[in-house]
Design a protein around this ligand. Structure first.
Ligand code: ADP
Ligand code: ZN
Ligand code: MG
Length: 642
């Protein structure tokens, strides 16, 4: 339950470092060396004894056979205690030995001290192996994530498809994105026509949205619709390559694509290459990515868009992209691919249910209704699970029981935040968001509501209310700040008003409201009681203060305990008054609130215009109460910092 600015970044845990798998070959090399070493060794070496003892045994006639090598004297005894018994001694300089053996009439032969393989291994391969091993380790230290083998078999495969065979029919629930991409398809189909008319030709289209919402699918659908070749590369594969290889690949990609135009070049997971370039003093390990990025930028600048080459990219972290990538002439067109609403989810389920036999009673709308926040990939997964369950149970069509179990399975595989909401929770979230939205609409200074949604977005949020500022703001006045805090507290207040209790869903709202209130009082001098003072820790000392706090120490304040007490009371006062105000406005517009919540529950997402229709006639509130002008129960004379 959050209030969002459209520009607020959606965070995602970083992808697991690539290149984990390619350490395996090293293990094989070591194992092979050890195995070869063991196998190549001569058989059991036998009972060691002193040379003189062994010679005495031969002289005594105990030897059945003798083997002589440069180093060893090996005797096979006449009366062996156990099978294969050998007596062995290291040879000494003894010219009489052979004479002695001949005198005994024993069969003797020469032998080598080990076969050529063992020698080769011990003398050459093992040391080389050891050197290689340490070299590898050092190499890895220097460039984490870079594998030596990737020179030969880079994982950044260039995938070229003549036609993807995927169309917009295969994509559902993201109609706005599809509409925007139709123009790209038109252009690819007949670039000459666009050229004649002189229309603006798209060059780079960036698909932005959470994982699993169908970005890759959409890119392939564009190629399929336009019936043009599709070249794709995945950004994360570049990360583990040698310096220069990524750039060479990008060059190669563009060369090949240009000869095939009209076509699409798709760079998936663009953020892996396109992270903002680091400044001076960067680590060596960034070199590769930066070279690749630079190459990509120069290729994008270099080609002639009129030929019909379109670059598409996909990312779920647009906020970390290098700004250079988003400049005109590069990825200047961005298409939002958002999580689907109820209707969208139903449509996606329907797309994937095409190849599955559904029983007549299966209600996909009901499944869509219990899965807010699910992306297309998860919905596809539900259908797939249901089909598997059906097959396992030997049924010939999917029934509602398999569907429900499939939902549970998919939910179990997701993080907690994506679990299915029960009806009561849905009611609470709907009223919570309606509370934010209503206040944002009726309060005089707040930004207009662009969209209210019950579809979870980001970590911990259950819904969001998106406000669009009418103009860029640099300053905020006190009434504006108070209104903002009131909106933030509105979600929780609405819950309390309608359900009589407060849920845990307002935590983030509280954090932000408290932060604003504290800054009003302690930084902006907006407390009547404390006057124009700033109690903030000066910019230059903030870092030190943070460190002290990290060590569990209290950084020294510029003011006394009593002043601190007043600051805390003032902050609490601002928040309390804002809550009161939220309550009285919501109470006065209770019908509107309930109607809005009901509509939201049904549709999950409401656009600003629809919202304003529902809220038509909601009362404007009484003017904001200026906290300072209120009678104070208790006044401190003149709280001054000591
Ligand atoms: P992304 O690239 O956004 O992470 P993908 O395009 O790889 O997501 O989606 C993975 C799979 O999920 C697709 O192959 C498709 O089967 C399914 N899917 C995702 N979004 C949709 C959608 N909007 N419509 C139909 N299927 C979808
Ligand atoms: Zn909220
Ligand atoms: Mg993808």
């Amino acid at each position: 339950m959050a209030i969002e600015n459209p520009s607020a970044p959606t965070r995602r845990p970083p992808t697991s470092p690539p290149g984990q798998g390619d350490r395996g070959w090293l293990l094989y090399v070591v194992l092979a060396l050890v195995a070869a070493f063991l196998l190549g060794r001569p058989g059991p070496s036998g009972t060691q004894m002193a040379y003189s003892d062994l010679k005495a045994k031969i002289a005594a006639g105990d030897a059945a056979e003798v083997q002589l090598s440069r180093d060893k004297l090996t005797v096979i005894p006449k009366k062996a205690q156990k099978a294969g018994e050998r007596w062995v001694a290291y040879r000494v300089e003894d010219p009489d030995l052979v004479k002695l053996i001949e005198k005994q009439g024993v069969k003797y032969s020469g032998a080598s001290d080990g076969d050529w393989f063992t020698n080769l291994l011990m003398v050459w391969l093992l040391p080389i192996g050891v050197v290689l091993f340490f070299w590898m380790i050092m190499f890895r230290r220097m460039r984490p994530g870079a594998g030596i083998m990737s020179i030969g078999r880079s994982r950044a495969k260039l995938v070229a498809e003549e036609g993807t065979g995927i169309t917009f029919e295969d994509v559902a629930g993201v109609d706005e994105a599809v509409d925007e991409l139709r123009e790209v398809v038109e252009f690819l189909r007949s670039p000459e026509r666009f050229r004649r008319v002189g229309g603006r030709i798209p060059k780079g289209v960036l698909l932005v949205g959470p994982p699993g919402t169908g970005k890759t699918l959409l890119a392939r659908a564009v190629a399929g619709e336009a019936k043009v070749p599709f070249f794709s590369l995945t950004g994360s594969d570049f990360v583990e390559m040698f310096v220069g290889v990524g750039a060479a690949r990008v060059r190669d990609l563009f060369e090949r694509a240009q000869s095939k135009a009209p076509c699409i070049v798709f760079i998936d997971e663009l953020d892996a290459i396109g992270k903002a370039r680091s400044g001076a003093g960067a680590f060596a390990s960034h070199d590769e990515r930066e070279q690749t990025l630079n190459q990509l930028l120069s290729e994008m600048d270099g080609f002639d868009a009129r030929k019909g080459l379109i670059i598409m990219g996909a990312t779920n972290r647009p906020e970390i992209l290098d700004p250079a990538l988003l400049r005109p002439g590069r990825f200047d067109r961005q298409v939002l691919v958002d999580r689907p609403d109820v209707r969208g989810r139903e449509a996606i389920l329907r797309v994937h249910a095409r190849d599955v036999r559904l029983g007549p009673e299966v209600d996909l709308r009901a499944i869509a209704a219990i899965t807010p926040g699910f992306a297309g990939a998860e919905l596809a997964n539900i259908i797939n699970e249901a089909a598997l369950l059906t097959a396992r149970r030997g049924k010939d069509h999917v029934t509602m029981s398999e569907m429900n179990e499939a939902v549970e399975r998919v939910v179990a595989g997701l993080e907690k935040k994506n679990r299915v909401m029960n009806p009561r929770e849905k009611g609470i979230v709907a009223h919570h968001e309606a509370g934010h939205a209503l206040l944002a609409e009726v309060l005089p200074t707040t930004d207009r509501v662009h969209k209210v949604s019950m579809i979870p977005r980001g970590l911990g949020a259950l819904g969001f209310t998106m406000q669009i500022p009418l103009e860029d703001r640099y300053l905020m006045t006190r009434p504006e700040l108070l209104d903002k805090i009131t909106v933030l507290l509105g979600g929780r207040t609405a819950e309390q008003l309608v359900f009589g209790e407060i849920s845990t869903g307002a935590q983030d709202d509280l954090v932000r409201a408290t932060d604003l209130a504290r800054r009003m009082v302690s930084q902006f001098g907006m407390s009547e009681l404390l006057g124009p003072q700033s109690f903030a820790i000066p910019e230059g000392l903030a870092e030190g203060a943070r460190m002290l706090r990290g060590l569990g120490l209290q950084p020294e304040r510029g003011h006394g305990d009593r002043t601190q007490e007043i600051i805390d009371r003032e902050v609490a006062g601002v928040l309390r008054r804002a809550e009161e105000r939220a309550r009285s406005i919501l109470e006065g517009n209770r019908e509107h609130l309930v109607r809005l919540a009901a509509r939201l529950r049904e549709k999950e997402v409401l656009e600003g215009t629809e919202l304003r229709e529902i809220l038509a006639g909601a009362h404007a509130p009484e003017p904001a109460v200026e906290p300072g002008t209120e009678p104070q129960e208790e006044r401190w004379e003149q709280p001054l910092p000591h």
